[in-house]
Design a protein around this ligand. Structure first.
Ligand code: NAD
Length: 497
């Protein structure tokens, strides 16, 4: 297990540029603080559940107003710890707040007790199902979107009536503390949302702390460790892990729009987006024009530390080394660097890199690069495009560019991914009603939307007998005649229809 690696305040070495210094925060609390936080959350969870849907909605919306009203402050904190441009940080908070608002306003509709049909055999029963809070949810977050990503779990878990103990990334502890501090101000009372800062050991302690569910977002490798730790106590998990998302460009697509989307999805946030674009498959007849347009866009894109730079630095130094290794491997295996190359990696920045005709067994095709690089390969036809897109062990999201609605629908159905965007990238991110989550090594479980609310709730079934059944089989002294009548009816219903 890695040692606790949380950095002291305002000294994020990774960026090493003139981003604003992080505000002064206390040292990380570490694994020792987890048990007390979970014990406190256990008490808070009862109070929170007792508020009911209406009370929780009021509290969540009070927190939302604080986040929205102080968006500039939160964006500055994100920028201080990740180095991303101010505009990107603002957009991240805006998206997160949309989800918080949706979760607060839809929890009752999705989770309240409702009648369900009781069926012929149990026509004398009134049947209903309601979704109850699980209790305490542990949330472990990454650094790349330190607000949007964890709030995808936190907002929905809170709205479903749970208390939350949040372990932010060791690279973004200030953002985690800021969120919890604003909660404490907006919702005075028992600590329904707490942040415990620290590194991997703190996360591991949270997995073993007896929480009722653990929602993890991070790399696939850490996801495996989280599952193993949670297995010790049979703690259920949600794993939102890495991706190697493909964008497919059909010959009939608007190539300029497709190239712009590929550039945004590939280079935005320095490529440090779980559902960003990493691979592009283009039908052969459109390949050269697409590549030319993408190359132009890549050449006019530069990272930097100015607030209006197109994207910022690699947030962690280790990631720049991964990106360099993938570029070198792609070129060594016969891939062509159309824009940039090994020299593009000049930590903490990486300039846009476009790699063409990269063999499918290259690291840049098989592994998550998490940097501003795009692999662009030609395909014979859309069947081959889908085959290659689906060949990845990851399956988070995918995009399709085509002029045909029918082609789009067919491809969306065939792509092995949790979400598909047509004629856009990341189209789902701003739609709170849509569930989000992966397939394969991208993880399992869903955040966002009604499924995201139910992910943090336990269905409870209740039946109420309204009158004695005319044919009562649920008794020890069941009469043979009753069973005979029931068997006759059964055959009428099922053996013929
Ligand atoms: P990471 O796996 O290194 O760390 C994620 C979190 O896990 C951190 O808070 C870390 O402290 C914690 N952790 C580390 N070791 C642990 C352990 N043994 N037990 C428990 N917790 C532990 O990931 P990262 O570098 O912070 O984030 C980047 C990764 O996250 C990328 O792979 C990216 O694709 C993925 N990601 C996925 C989504 C999604 O929704 N699917 C969203 C954002 C990021």
């Amino acid at each position: 297990m890695p040692p606790e690696t949380a950095k002291p305040t305002g000294t994020r070495g990774a960026v090493g540029t003139a981003v604003p210094a992080a505000p002064d925060h206390a040292a990380p609390e570490g694994p020792g603080a987890v048990a007390a936080a979970v014990a406190g959350a256990r008490v808070a969870a009862e109070w929170w559940a007792g508020l009911g849907f209406a009370g929780r909605r009021r509290a969540l919306l009070a927190w939302k107003r604080t986040l929205a009203g102080r968006i500039e402050e939160l964006a500055a904190q994100i920028r201080a710890e990740t180095g991303k441009p101010h505009g990107d940080a603002v957009l991240e908070v805006m998206l997160a707040v949309e989800h918080l608002d949706w979760a607060a306003k839809h929890a009752r509709t999705v989770l309240r007790r409702r009648r369900v049909p009781s069926g012929l055999l149990a026509a004398n029963q009134a049947a209903s199902v309601g979704y109850e809070p699980l209790g305490v949810i542990g949330v472990i977050g990454p650094w790349n979107y330190p607000v949007y990503t964890p709030l995808g779990s936190i907002s929905y878990a809170l709205a479903a009536g749970n208390a939350v103990v949040f372990k932010p990334s060791e690279h973004t502890p200030g953002v985690g503390r800021w969120l919890a501090d604003r909660w404490a101000e907006a919702v005075p009372g028992p600590a329904v949302l707490q942040a415990v800062t620290g590194g991997g050991e703190t996360g591991a302690a949270l997995c073993r702390a007896g929480v009722d569910k653990l929602a993890f977002t991070g790399s696939t490798a850490t996801g495996r460790k989280v599952m193993a730790a949670c297995a010790e106590t049979l703690t259920p998990v949600v794993v939102e892990a890495g991706g190697k998302d493909a964008l497919i460009v059909a010959a009939d697509a608007d190539l300029d729009a497709a190239a712009r989307a590929a550039a945004f999805g590939g280079f935005g946030n320095a490529g440090q987006t779980c559902a960003g674009v990493e691979r592009v498959y283009v039908e052969r007849s459109a390949y050269e024009p697409f590549l030319t347009r993408l190359g132009e866009l890549a050449k006019e894109t530069r990272p930097g530390d100015e607030p209006d730079a197109r994207y910022g630095p690699m947030t962690t130094p280790t990631q720049a080394a991964v990106v360099a290794a993938h570029i070198a491997d792609a070129i060594a295996k016969g891939g062509r660097a159309v824009v940039g190359g090994p020299a593009s990696v000049r930590p903490p920045y990486v300039d846009p890199v476009v790699l063409a005709e990269v063999p499918e067994d290259s690291l840049a095709v098989t592994e998550e690069t998490f940097g501003p690089t795009l692999v662009v390969n030609p395909v014979r036809d859309l069947d081959e495009a889908v085959e290659r897109a689906n060949a990845s062990r990851y399956g988070l999201a995918a995009s399709v560019f085509t002029g045909s609605g029918r082609t789009a629908a067919v491809l969306a159905g065939r792509l092995r991914a949790g979400a598909v965007s047509v004629n856009a990238v990341l189209g789902f991110a701003a739609v709170p009603a849509l569930p989000f989550g992966g397939v394969g090594d991208s993880g399992f479980g869903r955040i966002h939307g009604a499924d995201g609310l139910r992910e943090f709730a336990r269905p409870k079934s209740v039946t109420r007998q309204r009158f004695a059944a005319p044919i009562d089989l649920l008794r020890l002294d069941r009469r043979p005649a009753a069973l005979e009548r029931a068997s006759r009816l059964f055959k009428l219903r099922h053996a013929r229809g």
